[in-house]
Design a binder for this molecule. Structure first.
Ligand code: SME
Length: 147
């Protein structure tokens, strides 16, 4: 995967589109371009809850997640990215689908406060390499300009 090229495509989605449409386009680009990204979405922080925003992939029951619950909720508290390379080994995990094997969650912060999270699910174990994480951090940085 040529992440440099893909990042150029993501950066072409500019903030003039508005948050909802812009984030949706970013989800669609990632989910359709990277084979091992099977669900790509944003959760928006509202008080102590993460509310599901734009996403690409199968619908999820987890439309609202309390801080502390699951991988996303842990990231909301720590404000640090989290990669779970094998979800069966994570006790504090909310399953979206039986097919998901690994997950990466990257926080979006503004002035140190959590504003949103970028969440990627994969149907493969050990899907996220250091190249993936570098790419996803750059996607997160661009997505932050929509807030
Ligand atoms: N697996 C996540 C829940 C969100 S879904 O992956 C879309 C978690 O444990 O927080």
């Amino acid at each position: 995967m040529d992440y440099d090229k893909l990042l150029e495509k993501v950066r072409c989605v500019d903030a003039s589109r508005g948050m909802k449409e812009g984030l949706q386009m970013i989800c669609d680009i990632l989910e359709s371009s990277v084979e091992h990204y099977d669900w790509v979405g944003f959760y928006i922080a509202e008080k102590e809850e993460l509310v599901l925003g734009p996403y690409s992939g199968a619908p999820t029951d987890h439309t609202s997640i309390t801080f502390g619950k699951g991988v996303c909720g842990q990231v909301a508290l720590s404000k640090e990215e989290m990669v779970v390379q094998d979800v069966s080994s994570e006790d504090n995990y909310l399953s979206c689908s039986i097919h998901v094997r690994s997950e990466a969650v990257i926080p979006l912060l503004k002035e140190g406060e959590l504003i949103a999270e970028l969440d990627i699910d994969s149907h493969s174990k050990f899907a996220f390499t250091s190249d993936d994480m570098e790419f996803l951090r750059a996607v997160r940085d661009h997505a932050s300009t929509f807030f």
